[in-house]
Design a protein around this ligand. Structure first.
Ligand SMILES: [Zn+2]
Length: 185
């Protein structure tokens, strides 16, 4: 299975924009990665902004500065480095690098080798990570629109607001995105 782990970076897990359930989501994802699965492939996405990104409050955006390229806040959480799927040049895909563009979706994310995420993924993809109602949602909808089967793993998500998160899952299901527990994988 192809698992896309969305934006589990320090700023979103326990930093300036810490998501609700972010630490629990990371722990659950790490547990999932540590149980051997024959066909698992893992893809990490990373929000990766210049210091003057348009989504930051100083530029009239709605977020505090976060995931600035080159800072600790932009790094993936340490716990992933202790799994069999350690983050690397090949499996880290960046988005949000253009200062003028908000980019919640990882559809156009690209790794350090210049590979596009959408070209490296198979036909069915599973999503986990942060934040449910922003980057996970937009990524799910874009890949669904592009014709992939998309499943969101509901026990592996962090969110900004619980009610919005629950509404997001209902809305995604209406759009044909699967929502299930990772225990069913
Ligand atoms: Zn961002």
């Amino acid at each position: 299975m192809d698992l896309v782990i969305i934006d589990c970076q320090n700023d979103f897990v326990d930093g300036i924009l810490a998501a609700e359930n972010g630490c629990e989501a990371v722990e659950n994802i790490v547990d999932f990665l540590n149980v051997k699965k024959e066909d698992l492939r893992v893809f990490y996405t990373m929000d990766f902004h210049p210091v003057n990104h348009c989504s930051f409050k100083e530029q009239d955006g709605i977020w505090p500065p976060h995931c600035v390229a080159g800072t600790m806040g932009a790094e993936l959480h340490d716990k992933f480095y202790e799994t069999p799927f350690s983050p690397s040049l090949e499996n880290k895909y960046y988005k949000g690098r253009n200062k003028d563009k908000e980019e919640y979706s990882a559809f156009e994310a690209e790794n350090g080798l210049g590979h596009l995420l959408r070209e490296d993924l198979g036909e069915t993809i599973y999503l986990a990570g942060i934040a449910s109602e922003y980057c996970v949602r937009e990524t799910a909808l874009d890949f669904k629109k592009a014709g992939k089967d998309v499943v969101v793993l509901e026990d592996l998500l962090g969110y900004i607001n619980k009610k919005d998160h629950e509404e997001n899952l209902e809305s995604l299901e209406k759009e044909g995105v699967g929502v299930q527990s990772s225990s069913r994988c």
